[in-house]
Design a protein around this ligand. Structure first.
Ligand SMILES: [Zn+2]
Length: 76
């Protein structure tokens, strides 16, 4: 099963989850506050794609709707 990254809009927690692809677009439950967390399209996901040729810089480009910081560092 692929690993997906989610970010909670309530508490800003960012976490990874193993999910079947059929559930990837569903909200995940935040392990901290139990609110629905949205999936984050991170640079890490690009690695699993392989053939895409994407080489986004690690630590940049991740978007979190709650963080003003582009690196989402406050989520960790
Ligand atoms: Zn949360």
């Amino acid at each position: 099963m692929p690993v997906y990254e989610y970010c909670c809009p309530e508490c800003g927690l960012k976490f990874e989850l193993l999910r079947p692809m059929s559930q990837v677009n569903e909200d995940a439950s935040c392990p901290r506050c139990n609110n629905g967390a949205k999936r984050v399209l991170s640079s890490f996901a690009a690695f699993s794609r392989g053939a895409g040729g994407e080489s986004a810089p690690v630590g940049g480009g991740s978007e979190c709707s709650t963080c003003s910081a582009s690196t989402c560092a406050s989520c960790h």
